[in-house]
Design a protein around this ligand. Structure first.
Ligand code: FAD
Length: 458
C-alpha cells in the first residue's frame, strides 16, 4: 500500500514510467510511487513491433545520442538478466529496387556515421563473402555497429534469398534489433518493486501546490480521492499526455496518431525465422490481377488501393512459432484525444500483406486464402519534430517523460535517465535541451522546424 509522502510520483506504468522509476532509483531519488489507472504495460507498450535502432536522421545528433545511450542500457540489462527479454541484434535491412534509392540510403548511412552511429562499409561487385559479417542470431555483439551497403547481387541473393529478385541494394544497419517489450518492461518493473517503489492503482486527477511549487498529487482510487504528498511528479502517461499535463498546469503541443500492425501465421516460413527486420525502401503499387485492379479503380471507396503507396512497409519473424509482424505507417492522421478501443482500419491486413509481398514475393502464396491476421495497435504520442518531451513543465516540481511516438520501447530508458537527472538537479547530457518542452516556446526553433524534412518515422 502507498504511504502518504513520497519523494517522486511517476504517473503511468507503461515502458516510459517504469523505465523512469528504475532510472530514478539508480540516481538515488528516494521513495517513489508509480500510479497506474489500468494494468502495467497494457495500453501502448505491449502493442509495438518491439524493434530498436541507432539509425536516426537530424537535424542534429541528439536523437542518435539519446538512442545510443538507451541501447547501451538495454544491452546492459540483456547481459544482466541472461537475456530474459529475448533480444537479438540482427539489424534492420533496408532493401530497394531503385538505383536512386541506393544513393539515398548511402547518404542516410553517412549522416548516421556523422552522428556517431558507426561507419558505413561498401560491398560492391566481387566482394568476398567472408568480408560481410553476419549478425548474431540471439543476443547482441558489443562491437557490431555502423551499416553495410550491399550492391553486389550475388551477396544480396546469398544472404537475403527471400527478397524480390529486382533488389539492387541493401543497407544492413547493425546496431539494431528486437526484444520482447513486455518482458523487458516486466524485468524493469520487478526490479523497481524490489527496490521499494510502490505501485498504486488509481487515476491521477490533478496537483496541489504550496508557494507555487508542487506539494501533492490527487489520485482517484477505489477507496475514494486521495492526496499523495510528493516533491516531484513525472508524467509518463502515453497517449493521455495532453490531458494529464493540463491537469498538472501545462498545455503541451501533443497529438496522437493511430497505428495498427498485423501478425500472420507464415506457415510456409517464407520469411526465415532468423531474418532481421526487413524494410522496403521504395514507394510501391499493390499487386492485383488486371480484373481486380479495374474493379477496385471503378469505385471511389477502393480506388486508393490501386494508387501508389509510400515506402516503408516492414516486417519480421516473432518468437518461436511461425508468426510474422507486418507494419506500415503509410497513413498517419493526427487527433487531439485518443479513443479506445482502437478501431480496425478497413482493408488494412490486405494492404499490408500485398505491400510486403512486393518485397518478399513468396508471401504471394497467401493472397488467395489469406491467413487470418491478428490486428492490434495503439497511438503514437507526438509533437511536431517527432522527438520526445523530457524535462521540466511549467509548475515547479512537475516533469514529463513522454511523447515517445514510434520509438518508446527503445528510447524510454535513456529518456528515464534524463528525466531523473532533471528531477535530481544532476548534470545533464548535451542532448538534454533538444527534448525539453520549452523548445516549442522558442520562435527560432519553430522557424527551424518548418524546414525539417526527415522525421525518422519508419
Ligand atoms: C503499432 C506500433 C508499433 C510500434 N513499434 C515500436 C517499435 O518497434 N519500437 C519502439 O521502440 N517503439 C514502438 N512503438 C512505440 C511504443 O510502443 C511507444 O512509444 C511506447 O509504448 C510508449 O510508452 P509509454 O509508457 O509512453 O505509454 P503507454 O504504454 O501508453 O503507458 C502510459 C500509461 O499511463 C497510464 N495513464 C495514463 N493516464 C493516466 C492517469 N491519469 N492516471 C494513471 N495512469 C495513467 C496508462 O494507463 C498507461 O498504462 C510502437 C507503437 C505502436 C502503436
Amino acid at each position: 500500500m502507498f504511504k502518504q509522502k513520497y519523494d517522486v510520483a511517476v504517473i503511468g506504468a507503461g515502458i516510459a514510467g517504469i523505465a523512469t522509476c528504475h532510472a530514478l532509483q539508480q540516481a538515488g531519488a528516494g521513495k517513489i510511487v508509480l500510479v497506474e489507472s489500468g494494468s502495467p504495460l497494457s495500453l501502448t507498450s505491449d502493442k509495438s513491433t518491439e524493434c530498436y535502432r541507432n539509425f536516426w536522421p537530424g537535424p542534429d545528433s541528439s536523437m542518435a545520442a539519446l538512442m545510443s545511450q538507451s541501447i547501451d542500457r538495454i544491452h546492459q540489462f540483456t547481459a544482466e538478466s541472461n537475456n530474459r527479454f529475448q533480444l537479438h541484434q540482427r539489424g534492420y535491412v533496408f532493401a530497394t529496387a531503385q538505383l536512386s534509392q541506393v544513393e539515398a540510403l548511402e547518404q542516410q548511412a553517412l549522416l548516421n556515421e556523422r552522428y556517431g552511429g558507426g561507419v558505413l562499409r561498401h560491398y560492391g561487385n566481387n566482394t568476398k563473402n567472408s568480408e560481410y559479417h553476419l549478425s548474431p542470431k540471439v543476443g547482441f555483439e558489443k562491437t557490431l555497429d555502423g551499416a553495410d551497403l550491399i550492391t553486389y547481387p550475388e551477396l544480396i541473393r546469398r544472404h537475403f534469398p527471400y527478397l524480390s529478385k529486382d533488389t539492387v541494394g541493401v543497407l544492413h544497419v547493425r546496431r539494431c534489433g528486437v526484444l520482447s517489450a513486455q518482458q523487458f518492461g516486466m524485468y524493469l518493473l520487478d526490479e523497481v518493486r524490489e527496490q521499494g517503489a510502490d505501485l498504486v492503482s488509481g487515476e491521477f486527477t490533478g496537483v496541489q501546490t504550496k508557494g507555487g511549487k508542487l506539494s501533492s498529487i490527487e489520485v482517484k482510487m477505489d477507496v475514494g480521492n486521495v492526496a499523495i504528498d510528493c516533491d516531484a511528479l513525472v508524467l509518463c502517461t502515453g497517449p493521455h499526455l495532453k490531458a494529464t499535463a493540463l491537469l498538472a498546469g501545462t498545455d503541451l503541443p501533443v497529438e496522437v496518431e493511430k497505428h495498427v500492425k498485423i501478425s500472420i501465421n507464415d506457415k510456409l516460413q517464407v520469411i526465415p525465422r532468423d531474418a532481421p527486420l526487413i524494410v522496403w525502401n521504395d514507394p510501391l503499387d499493390l499487386c492485383w490481377a488486371e480484373e481486380e485492379r479495374e474493379l477496385l479503380a471503378s469505385s471511389e471507396e477502393t480506388r486508393f488501393l490501386t494508387e501508389t503507396f509510400p515506402a516503408g512497409v516492414h516486417g519480421r519473424p516473432v518468437g518461436a512459432g511461425n508468426t510474422v509482424y507486418i507494419y506500415w505507417t503509410y497513413d498517419s492522421e493526427s487527433q487531439q484525444v485518443p479513443t479506445f478501443p482502437i478501431e480496425p482500419v478497413p482493408y488494412y491486413p490486405e494492404i499490408l500483406l500485398r505491400g510486403m509481398a512486393r518485397m518478399v514475393p513468396g508471401l504471394r502464396n497467401y493472397l488467395e486464402a489469406m491467413p487470418k491476421p491478428v490486428v492490434d495497435g495503439g497511438y503514437y504520442t507526438k509533437v511536431a519534430d517527432n522527438r520526445p518531451l523530457i524535462g521540466p513543465l511549467d509548475v515547479p516540481g512537475t516533469f514529463v517523460a513522454g511523447a515517445y511516438s514510434g520509438y518508446g520501447i527503445m528510447a524510454s530508458y535513456a529518456g528515464g535517465e534524463l528525466a531523473a537527472a532533471h528531477v535530481m538537479g544532476d548534470a545533464l547530457p548535451d542532448y538534454a535541451p533538444a527534448f525539453e518542452a520549452s523548445r516549442f516556446s522558442n520562435p527560432e526553433y519553430l522557424e527551424k522546424l518548418s524546414g525539417l524534412v526527415a522525421s525518422g518515422q519508419i
